[in-house]
Design a protein around this ligand. Structure first.
Ligand SMILES: [Zn+2]
Length: 417
């Protein structure tokens, strides 16, 4: 499969060349360059279409098309996308124009385009001037705002889930879910698709965020994610004993982590509790279902199964979530599933990893009475090396307990030795 980087690199390799494609009789047109790339990387083609009609053509070929919305400044193309814009030729006809995006931000994009200057025939010999003078008929670098841009389309890249792949994803009414999904919740959940939500387009998926419901009733938990509930929260999956509920398709951002970037790059998994607080445990069957799902997601998106990529909600924002879920145990179980092992044997609760030393190199790091931003301060720690005997995540920070008994410090501002 193609990556966007490969498309950009290939387009760059055509700089200053007149790119043609056999299906386009007009030689060095803007469309010929893009059609050449499309045909090089896929079994699709644009032949033969005016630039202005390329979005329609791309859509008819099953390619993903995004229409520009000038009111949504965060809706911008990505590297490797093909933008289409309105462009009126000297004969008064809007043939449109098309190019490939090299980079883009909210203000504009850098591009590669062929025949930038369009059609003109000042010497009236019936041949486009650009082809005669060796200028615009060739691939050139350009910069543009989004003025006149009607939209863009893209090839199906590796980081997009594909329906019914060999890796097992399934397409349920247009939503992409793990094939391990046992139930689909038919209610409309809050997601990046919801009306009024902008700027939550999906990024490459490389994290799984683990949550607990804070209730032992999965239905009560899922109801809070319905659009109709107006809670504006959601998760991709709900795990209960031997049940994996599909709630928000993986190709959409769900709203679970409290951080917009993390929501865009992650899949959120919620777990029903088997006990009430303060323990907020989950059952062995729920661990098992979750481990299977995590292993499947990691396989499909090529995510390593480790603590860096499978993270508790509290690593992302200030919360006690995921309650009593033992992250080390869950990750270990998912690793066992991915190795082809079983998860039948109950994993034991992980012991604290023992003490370690950290270096403090800032002057204003608070010592807290307990591991929380709300806890009282006991002055600042001096620069130097300290031993940490215990760690915990609270308020979005990892806290370390000082061996001296003086209190806790935020480990974010230290380096581990
Ligand atoms: Zn959570």
């Amino acid at each position: 499969m193609t990556t966007a980087q490969e498309v950009v690199a290939y387009a760059k390799s055509k700089l200053n060349q007149k790119v043609t494609v056999p299906t386009n009789p007009y030689g060095g047109q803007c469309v010929a360059f893009i059609d050449h790339i499309v045909q090089h990387f896929s079994n699709k083609n644009l032949a033969y279409t005016n630039a202005i009609d390329c979005l329609k053509k791309a859509k008819s070929q099953g390619l993903e098309v995004i229409y520009n919305n000038p009111n949504d400044v965060n809706l911008i193309p990505k590297a490797g996308d093909f933008f289409v814009m309105s462009s009126v030729a000297s004969n008064g006809v809007d043939y449109g124009h098309i190019g490939v995006v090299v980079s883009a931000d909210t203000k504009g994009m850098t591009t590669l385009e062929q025949n930038i200057d369009g059609y003109s025939d000042k010497n009236r010999n019936g041949i486009n001037d650009q082809l005669e003078i060796g200028g615009g008929g060739y691939v050139r670098n350009n910069k543009r705002s989004y003025a006149g841009v009607t939209g863009w389309f893209r090839l199906p890249y590796d980081n997009k889930p594909k329906p019914t792949t060999s890796t097992g994803a399934i397409n349920h009414n247009g939503e992409i879910y793990s094939s391990l999904t046992t139930h689909f919740n038919p209610n409309v959940m809050y997601s990046s698709l919801s009306k009024g939500v902008t700027g939550y387009s999906r990024m490459k998926i490389d994290r799984i965020v683990i949550h607990h419901n804070m209730t032992t009733d999965k239905n009560i938990a899922m109801q809070t994610w319905y659009e109709s509930s107006k809670n504006w929260t959601s998760a991709h999956y709900e795990i209960a004993d031997n049940e994996i509920w599909g709630c928000v398709g993986e190709q959409h951002s769900a709203f679970h982590s409290g951080d917009s970037t993390m929501n865009r790059r992650s899949i959120g998994i919620e777990h029903v509790n088997s006990t009430w607080g303060p323990d907020w445990k989950i059952s062995e069957a729920t661990y098992k279902s979750s481990a299977k799902l995590i292993a499947d997601i990691c396989k499909r998106y090529n995510i390593p199964i480790d603590a860096k990529h499978i993270i508790p909600h509290k690593h992302v924002s200030a919360t006690e979530c995921p309650g009593g879920i033992d992250m080390a145990k869950l990750i270990k179980m998912a690793q066992e599933v991915s190795k082809g092992g079983t998860v039948a044997k109950p994993a034991t609760t992980q012991k604290p990893s023992g003490s370690f030393r950290v270096k403090v190199s800032v002057n204003d790091l608070n010592i807290r009475k307990s591991p929380s931003l709300k806890a009282g301060k006991k002055g600042f720690i001096k620069k130097g090396v300290y031993t940490i005997t215990e760690t915990t995540w609270v308020d979005g920070y990892e806290w370390g307990k000082l061996k001296s008994g003086a209190g806790w410090i935020a480990l974010k501002y230290t380096s581990r030795l």
